[in-house]
Design a protein around this ligand. Structure first.
Ligand code: 4AD
Ligand code: MG
Length: 471
């Protein structure tokens, strides 16, 4: 809100952040952290009205924009009339004009949008969401709305929330005592989607390039600063793309989102940069981030991501002083599913930039990933790619897909995935199969990266995590 002095009368509405000397109101409407200073001339209002101007109250003010003598603002509003739209009992209002901890604000998440930190975070989240659509629209991708309720497990990890209308106390049973899902709403076992990818692939087999952007659900019992039970994911899927094209697109996409935020939300980024610097000061010297927030974002858009294979990553870890001094909690060997400590070592200590890791062992990855040709027996790898980001760890997971019917069927059979039920998916490999690839970007992890917020609960409006579903 870049305001210029004018002779005109303006009407503003917003919430009181603070009220000083019975004269100066800091009014905020959520469009920026820069409050508008409203000046109430002494004697303009009766005492009863003045007493109702409290932190959190909502006001409608009519007045004239005049040059301001106060520091940090060009203009202020000289009020001519003021109306209290909604009172706010100062004794009871949980947000005081002082610094509150993020933990406390999480408990009053219904009010935290009214703070500077969350104002900045959610304006940035909005911008990034808008930029996602702009990026793909400019490239001619089709936005495909994949279903929220599904009957398949796209990731095959079994971390699903069941969707049912069956009664808990009288579940219909089959003769072998298993639950009779034929009686359920959909006549089969259903769950909330963990990923829109499989349906996305069906779209890519007609439109060539699609993307999804929607909520996904995972019942994984991970109570960490980067896991949510309900999170938003962006999943592009492209026909005629191989793993190389996939990496290029993902890198370009992440850099585009950051550039967009820097072009449209610099004020908020500057606020968060200062906030983060303050937070870093509380940490011991050796744990502090080497770069400030904006410096980090600039670095990421100006430098190419590092690209290494899984095998190289394991070797780097094995050769590291960290490993030799036995500082990793989890052991390292070819075949492990890298733990977050390993991923963070690679990006934060070794490369100090985002890293794309490819060629993961087939045994630790999902069934749909393309088997690499010419692997040593027992050391089969797939054309997978994970992007690891400093401070976050895995931000993107993707792969080239297995387009060869026999190989896909063999892999599914080995992983006990019923071919019959997935017949619709296999049809894409039966009728005009083509090499194709895609990835998933965890939207909240991206927002964390851009805002510098350390806990994922602070970049989604109302976080759903194990044992927590408030609001
Ligand atoms: O690596 P994931 O599990 O990959 C997929 O779901 C693929 N179907 C994507 C694709 O190829 N189309 O998840 C993708 C990303 C992760 O890299 C991470 O950023 C995010 O989704 N993610 C989570 N974010 C928050 N909370 C969780 N519990 C998450 N699980 C995954
Ligand atoms: Mg993954």
């Amino acid at each position: 809100m870049a305001l210029e002095p004018s002779e005109q009368t303006v009407t503003v509405m917003g919430w009181v952040r603070s009220f000083r000397n019975n004269q100066f109101i800091a009014l905020n409407d959520g469009s920026t952290n820069n409050n508008l200073q409203v000046v109430v001339a002494l004697g303009l209002l009766d005492d009863a009205t003045v007493r109702r101007i409290t932190t959190g109250a909502s006001l409608k003010v009519i007045g004239e924009l005049v040059p301001s003598l106060g520091k940090g603002q060009k203009v202020e509003l000289k009020a001519t009339t003021l109306e209290v739209l909604g009172d706010s009992d100062a004794e009871k209002y949980p947000l005081q004009p002082k610094k509150h901890s993020l933990e406390f604000l999480r408990e009053i998440a219904h009010l935290r949008f009214r703070t500077n930190t969350f104002g900045s975070v959610f304006r940035l989240r909005h911008s990034l969401a808008f930029a996602v659509h702009q990026f793909f629209n400019e490239k001619g991708f089709i936005y495909l709305h994949t279903p929220i309720i599904t009957s398949s497990d796209a990731e095959g990890a079994g971390e699903m929330f069941r969707v049912t209308t069956l009664p808990f106390d009288a579940t219909p049973r089959n003769e072998d005592n298993s639950i009779n899902f034929k009686e359920d709403f959909f006549g089969k076992s259903t769950n909330l989607t963990v990923s829109g990818q499989l349906e996305g692939e069906l779209g890519a087999m007609a439109f060539s390039e699609i993307y999804t952007f929607g909520p996904t659900f995972r019942a994984e019992n991970s109570n960490t600063a980067r896991h949510l039970a309900e999170f938003w994911m962006i999943e592009p899927e492209m026909a005629f793309h191989d793993i190389e094209d996939n990496m290029n697109l993902a890198e370009e996409f992440i850099q585009y989102l950051i550039r967009y935020a820097m072009a449209h939300n610099m004020e908020d980024l500057e606020f968060l940069d200062a906030r983060l610097a303050e937070e870093e000061k509380q940490k011991p010297q050796n744990e502090r981030a080497e770069m400030g927030l904006i410096e980090k974002l600039k670095f990421v858009v100006e430098n190419q991501f590092e690209r290494i294979t899984y095998t190289e990553a394991i070797q780097i870890l094995l050769d590291s002083p960290h490993y030799k001094k036995k500082k990793f909690k989890y052991d390292v060997s070819w075949g492990i599913d890298m733990q977050s400590e390993h991923e963070r070592y690679l990006v934060e200590k070794h490369f100090k930039k985002p890293v794309i890791v490819t060629g993961y062992p087939a045994a630790i990855k999902a069934f749909y990933m393309r088997l690499n040709d010419g692997c040593e027996p027992g050391k089969e790898t797939v054309a997978a790619m994970d992007i690891l980001a400093p401070g976050i760890g895995e931000i993107v997971g993707g792969s080239q897909r297995e387009e060869r019917l026999e190989k896909l069927e063999a892999r599914m059979t080995a992983m006990h995935i019923p071919l019959e039920e997935m017949s619709w998916y296999l049809d894409t490999r039966r009728f005009g199969s083509v090499p194709h690839a895609g990835f998933g970007l965890g939207f909240e992890r991206m927002v964390q990266f851009v805002t510098g917020m350390t806990n994922i609960r602070d970049v989604i409006a109302f976080a759903r995590t194990p044992k927590n579903c408030e609001f």
